[in-house]
Design a protein around this ligand. Structure first.
Ligand code: SAM
Length: 223
């Protein structure tokens, strides 16, 4: 398997304009969700299942949880789930489904940077195609890493970067979003990279179904 420098461009390659205030990001995503009854497949992400299935359940943070399929899958397996998203529309959908299935998740309506998460408090931080905007200070990357407890895991999954021509055709600015390379660059001696590769992805439904590969970074915080 290949090493990668995948970046996040939204699971259907849509793009929020760069350097927006959180309110604008929220509006962007609320509108995207409101366009459809369900935007994504409703199924948990394959790479999450693959990486997490055998783990002892603990405290997990799902960053950019969307309609909640991953959070609910984790809750079903005994994880203590905090699921965060900037979109109220998505979270309402996720909470409705949780109610219907009798599952408990702590839904957090917030941008990642505004959430003031307790440092080092999650055994697993999962960020599946999270579409986080870059900042000069690498704030989103630090927020992800800081949330992981010593001994815990960060699992970040993105889509492969489009080519420059594809990006231009879709009106994307490749520099807008946090990529896995940005996160990897901050992994110092306190971290051990356990997975750093591109894998096949199979999703049959939803706005992200055309993506056939996952770019995966899994790192353990050693101390
Ligand atoms: C491409 S979707 C992925 C959703 C979900 N993880 C999945 O795999 O189906 C990206 C999600 O990140 C959320 N998001 C974008 N920017 C965010 C931010 N700064 N803080 C929290 N959530 C954010 C969006 O609302 C959206 O639900």
């Amino acid at each position: 398997m290949e090493r990668n420098d995948g970046g996040m461009r939204g699971a259907d390659q849509s793009s929020a304009p760069a350097q927006q205030a959180t309110g604008e990001v929220e509006n962007f995503w609320d509108q995207r969700y409101a366009e459809m009854e369900s935007l994504w497949s409703g199924q948990p992400n394959g790479t999450l299942i693959h990486e997490v299935e055998g783990l002892e359940p603990g405290r997990v943070l799902d960053v950019g949880c969307g309609e909640g399929a991953d959070a609910l899958w984790l809750a079903e397996r005994g994880w203590d789930v905090t699921a965060l998203d900037v979109s109220r529309v998505a979270l309402d959908r996720a909470a409705r489904e949780a109610g219907a299935r009798g599952l408990r998740v702590q839904w957090l309506h917030s941008g990642l940077l505004e959430a003031a998460l307790p440092a080092g408090s999650f055994d697993l931080v999962s960020a599946q195609y999270p579409a986080l905007l870059r900042t000069p200070e690498d704030l989103a990357e630090h927020a992800l890493l800081d949330a992981v407890a010593p001994g815990g895991l960060l699992l970040a999954v993105h889509h492969p970067l489009p080519t420059a021509a594809e990006a231009e055709a879709r009106g994307l600015n490749l520099d807008e979003y946090v990529g896995l390379a940005d996160i990897r660059a901050l992994l110092d001696g306190n971290w051990r990279i356990e997975v750093d590769e591109i894998r096949p992805r199979h999703v049959a439904a939803g706005a992200g179904a055309h993506h056939t590969e996952d770019v995966v970074l899994k790192a353990r915080r050693l101390r």
